[in-house]
Design a binder for this molecule. Sequence first.
Ligand SMILES: Nc1nc2c(c(=O)[nH]1)N[C@H]1C(S)=C(S)[C@@H](COP(=O)(O)OP(=O)(O)OC[C@H]3O[C@@H](n4cnc5c(=O)[nH]c(N)nc54)[C@H](O)[C@@H]3O)O[C@H]1N2
Ligand SMILES: Nc1nc2c(c(=O)[nH]1)N[C@H]1C(S)=C(S)[C@@H](COP(=O)(O)OP(=O)(O)OC[C@H]3O[C@@H](n4cnc5c(=O)[nH]c(N)nc54)[C@H](O)[C@@H]3O)O[C@H]1N2
Ligand code: SF4
Ligand SMILES: [Mo]
Length: 707
Amino acid sequence: MTQFVVKPGVKNLQHEGEKLITTHCCYCGMQCGMHIRVNEKTGKVVGVEPRYDWPVTMGKMCPKGVTAYQTIDHPERIRKPLIKKNGQFVESSWDEALDLIEENFKRIQSEHGKDALSVFGGVSMTNEKCYLVGKYARVALGTRYVDYNGRFCMSSAAGGFMKTLGIDRGSTLPWPELEHTDCFFMAGSNTAECHPTTIQWLWKARDKGAKMIVADPRETPTARIADVHLDLKAGTDSALAYGMMHLLIKEGYVDEEYVQARCNNYDELQEAVKEFTPEYTSQITGVSVEKIVKAAHIFGRSPRSVVMFARGVEQQSKGVDNVCSYTSMALLRGQIGKFASGVATFTGQGNGQGGREHGQKADALPGYRKIDDPEHVKYIAGVWGIAPAEMPKAGVSAYEMFDEIQAGKIRAMHVICSNPAVSAPNNHYIWAGFEKLDFMVVSDFFLSETAEFADVVLPATSWAEDEGTTTNLEGRVIRIRKVKEPVGEAKTDWQIMQLIAERMGKGKYFPYKNVPEIYEEFRLASKGGKADYYGITYERIEKEDGVFWPCPSEDHPGTPTMFQEKFGTPDGKANLATVKWREPAELPSTEYPHTLTTGRVVFHYLSGTQTRRTKFLMEQCPEPYVEMHPQLAAKYAIRDSDNVYLETKRGAMTVKARITKAIREDHVFIPYHWGKELSVNKLTNPALDPTSRMPEFKVCAVKIKKA
Ligand SMILES: Nc1nc2c(c(=O)[nH]1)N[C@H]1C(S)=C(S)[C@@H](COP(=O)(O)OP(=O)(O)OC[C@H]3O[C@@H](n4cnc5c(=O)[nH]c(N)nc54)[C@H](O)[C@@H]3O)O[C@H]1N2
Ligand SMILES: Nc1nc2c(c(=O)[nH]1)N[C@H]1C(S)=C(S)[C@@H](COP(=O)(O)OP(=O)(O)OC[C@H]3O[C@@H](n4cnc5c(=O)[nH]c(N)nc54)[C@H](O)[C@@H]3O)O[C@H]1N2
Ligand code: SF4
Ligand SMILES: [Mo]
């Protein structure tokens, strides 16, 4: 275990009788630096101290981070494997649970073929574990069906960046440079609630005169501090970006030299944005002409700007188009590849960046390789010690796995680190899928809503009970440290995958004795890929405050700023967007006259399994609610705190009204951190983006009445 060392000029946080172990928060992609306080006598975790010398977050943390330690020894942690008998879970030994898994997995595969098994992964795990999920599915189980919760999170950003820039690294610049930016164009990101420790950089920049433009249907705490709030209708982002680019071109704000030298498709882009006059853009988006013009002038005149976006623009059936369009705004201004400028998506989950690069995705292999590329398959098969012909083909995306369940192709599922019973769209369909499975296994440390459907639940360790690496939202690879021994009989996710691999007769492919051994194999697997970690060692991470990928060799400095000379495309040039504007998949109608959008609050995290078990956070925000404008509320005679019934084509729910002017009159918003009757995902639309297969969590048509 690494012990905390107080650096010169940094507050001494050491308490009497305690040791401090340096690590990062388990929740969002900010991965705030922190020390966990452990009582030296009892070995118990007693609290946290923020890490003032962590260059990305500088001692700041949010309410989730400072209470995260309370989940580690939580009384509701699962301490032994659970097996469902007559509809009730009973505790079992590991041997009994593994016997049952082996028997069912083997029986199902012999009756229905290898692909009858499936794996649903997640990216709250370290790189080492995320890497193993892909290998576990393809080598231990031999199935093509593996996908993960990042499909609901980062897939549109990844798809858009691949198309325009050729490499998907969430940010093209390191976070501390944000301080020196002149203009932030932020679309569909509620930064103040979802990446709160970024705000300090925005404040510092604003002290020097930087401007902020925020595009969001709601006046979030982030929009409230903006110079211009573009209060667009949900699902109209690419039109807004086209309107902005129309003006950038017309008013001479384009960096012609940069575009000529470094971008393709400029003629096509000019053609595509031609009709997007401020008036036409205003008609589609609902944003006033004045605001559009003001935003374009501020953005166009700023010498250094960063275009930032998040799930508001990506969780749409045209999320990839939106990402391409907003990224093109930065390209037209010649901003990518320079100091304090660029483009960034706010990566969501703790390891949302690293977890999407190394083969948990249906069509991907480690290092951002493709499973349909024979050269890529050959390389990874070599690292894994299998014949290339043994590598399964591409599977299908997370939501589409539930179609395969209905079609009778997928018969069993192992869910590792995700709670799709709450977080996947169109909940009723997901629940029906889980019920239809012949056999279901869940690895989690709490009995999540998904785990309740399982036949076997395996107790996993929490983030403080194992070591490894994650990659934060900048693309910086960092160290997670083990703080204490696992509770009860919990095992790490890698040990669990290893044990099942042994039962499936594939133990020799999973010979690891510890995490560094997995990391060594992982480095090699990433070598030569787009996301190349080969030069990154644990020692370097420690010495250099993290290392940015790509980093192909140990003497390579890593890459804080991307694309300084060329882009990751075959010809080294960026591809400007040329897409045609499309409406959202579902528009308001006479029957469903309003737009429902969904998202987050500062006090809860994702499906809420952890934050709903944290007393302080539940006191702050005990239940979901529907945000609605006073005028909309008046139409239905709804007053604040009244119960409101909401219904879409897929489902219905009743929640309390929160009446606020901080939302468009024609929209309502519900946070999604609760399950079962309180889950807004009973209502959401599973319409998928054609390339990223990302569901449209952010836009659907809804009817409302007073309950
Ligand atoms: N407190 C908290 N922080 C988190 C998380 C959490 O659960 N809780 N989760 C983490 C994860 S995994 C993620 S992915 C990120 C998500 O971070 P964000 O994407 O910032 O969070 P959301 O609330 O999903 O959506 C952001 C905003 O998009 C707006 N929006 C809705 N529809 C549209 C649209 O059509 N266009 C535009 N431009 N905006 C729209 C919403 O009003 C909302 O304010 O947060 C991370 N951080
Ligand atoms: N309506 C709506 N739905 C959404 C979104 C939205 O904006 N609106 N956002 C989507 C987004 S961006 C995301 S990221 C998804 C996330 O949705 P989920 O994938 O459901 O994310 P979590 O709630 O973090 O679920 C993780 C589960 O794994 C457990 N867990 C945590 N760490 C570990 C670990 O190390 N090992 C194991 N084995 N288990 C662990 C937790 O206890 C929890 O039960 O939700 C999506 N759903
Ligand atoms: S949830 Fe995100 S912002 Fe909050 S402390 Fe954790 S890493 Fe930092
Ligand atoms: Mo996410």
